[in-house]
Unconditional design. Sequence first.
Length: 117
Amino acid sequence: MAQGLPTAETLLAAVLETLSDNKAEDIVQIDLRGKTAVCDYMVIASGRSSRQVAALSEKLADELKQNHGVLCTLEGKGAGDWVLIDAGDVVIHVFRPEVREFYQLEKMWAPMTAAQA
């Protein structure tokens, strides 16, 4: 591990705390270790409006930069419907509820149950 960089678990904890503290809704974490090389964890959350989605995303990116030295890439902040925040080992999706319902990322990445197999 490079000096000073947080572990995936530390980063995940910071993401979950920041989203919760800033009133994100329906926060879901998905453990992707061993399932994809893209990241270790995916976090999906909702904001009540386009403005809150953009604000949550900006606040999260700022928090990770200031307190953990992680520079995030943000995609989609201008529209505020769905913002993807790439923090390396943790990828975060912040949606407006209607957009989240449409794409249903949780169903794509969640473990399959016996009934789905």
